[in-house]
Design a protein around this ligand. Structure first.
Ligand code: AQP
Length: 376
């Protein structure tokens, strides 16, 4: 359950969800009387609070996924499935904002969905699909490029500035990435977007785009909210704890990939930089490296950081890192044994099923949007 949310009385939510689909939405669509429409619309806003909220999130299949993705995003998704209607996408059109090898990309799409499944995303509870298979995403992104997104918004995006660096030939796609992300989210009436901290700025933009579009054309989009977990929201590099752990990092020793060989991963932990002194203490300002390792230990080992500080008091970094290497090794063994039991064909079938569910929702929304802007 997301902090601050009240539990959903499921029976009320389910009853209302059916009423809404079969009676209220069709009524709102055909009703010509403005007063009745606005009365029903306001009642709907009240009752929607009792429906399960919609969650959307995704990861680009652009490299080897690492424990940052697992702790910052996917592990959060798994626990949210019970109380929310979840939609998880493999956002492949985001991946091509930087160069990709076509055959590698094809396989990475399958592998990314396999990682979702091995992490515990359940296709009977959540929709899992490939972004490019639902073309409404790019259509809506184009509409937002014209109505809702401004050049000045995109020029402020720190991820664009970091990724573009001083390269001369930066693609327009890389610049426009946050607009496609806004389309991904807003297409499904998403209320909650669970992400790592680095994505907060992009969600803010999606909120602005929704508000601007709604004020110009009427209420088409729900204004979403980012949910960032307190611990693990930003897992840092093992060799440079000021930088985010990142799959495009040239030095793979910075990062523990979910499919790393277990012994290799343990060595990476043993080689991880530490801070001056020898106390195992959580202090992100003076001890960023140990704080990062403590976070990884706490989340993968299911322990409290305060408890770990007590357990390792006076024992130094060596002991702590050896135990952490075992915790990481154990986690990877369990994860990889689940991953290896899932076949490519199984994933392809799940993605196809997810595509038809996502497509049904997306095309309904796009019918409405096309009418609102006047192209239908
Ligand atoms: N280090 C991280 N700590 C916590 N959360 C993270 N996420 C990514 N890295 C960390 C979260 O994972 C989700 C999907 O991210 P993405 O597909 O947009 O990947 P990314 O942020 O581009 O990941 P990388 O590793 O940084 O890739 P490159 O190097 O290609 O840019 C998001 O919710 C993100 O917050």
């Amino acid at each position: 359950m997301v902090e601050g949310e009240r539990p959903v009385p499921w029976f009320l939510g389910d009853i209302y969800e059916n009423l809404r689909t079969y009676y209220i939405c069709p009524f709102l669509f055909v009703c010509k009387f403005a007063k009745s429409r606005s009365l029903i619309y306001n009642i709907d806003i009240i009752f929607r609070k009792y429906m399960k909220k919609i969650i959307f999130s995704g990861i680009q299949p652009s490299g080897d996924m690492h424990i940052g993705h697992y702790l910052g995003a996917i592990s959060q998704w798994v626990s949210l499935q019970k109380d929310y209607n979840c939609i998880f996408s493999v956002v492949d059109y985001h991946a091509i904002t930087v160069k990709q090898d076509p055959s590698e990309l094809r396989q990475r799409i399958v592998n990314t969905a396999k990682i979702y499944l091995a992490s515990g995303i359940d296709p009977t509870k959540s929709i899992i699909f490939q972004q490019s298979a639902v073309n409404e995403h790019v259509e809506l992104a184009w509409i937002f490029n014209c109505y809702g997104a401004y050049m000045s918004d995109l020029q402020k995006m720190t991820q664009f500035k970091d990724k573009a660096g001083d390269q001369e030939a930066v693609s327009v796609g890389l610049f426009d990435y946050p607009v496609l992300m806004a389309a991904d989210i807003l297409l499904y009436d998403t209320e909650i977007v669970p992400v790592g901290e680095d994505q907060k700025q992009h969600i803010e933009l999606a909120r602005d785009i929704a508000r601007r579009f709604n004020s110009r054309f009427g209420n088409a989009f729900v204004v979403p909210q980012a949910v960032v977990r307190k611990e693990g929201a930003r897992v840092m590099s093992l060799l440079d704890p000021i930088k985010k752990m990142s799959k495009s990092d040239k030095n793979q020793n910075n990062c523990i990939a979910l499919l790393d060989d277990v012994e290799v991963a343990k060595k990476k932990i043993m080689r991880a930089v530490t801070d001056s002194g020898s106390d195992v203490v959580y202090d992100t300002t003076d001890k960023p490296a140990i704080s990062n390792l403590l976070t990884i230990y706490a989340l993968l080992g299911g322990r409290q950081i305060k408890r770990l500080e007590k357990d390792y008091a006076g024992r130094g970094y060596g002991d702590f890192k050896r135990d952490l290497a075992d915790v990481v090794g154990k986690f990877l063994e369990d994860f990889q044994s689940k991953y290896n039991r899932i076949s490519d064909q199984e994933v392809i079938n799940i993605l196809a099923e997810g595509q038809s569910k996502a497509k049904a929702l997306a095309s309904k929304k796009m019918d409405k949007v096309r009418q609102m802007i006047g192209v239908r």
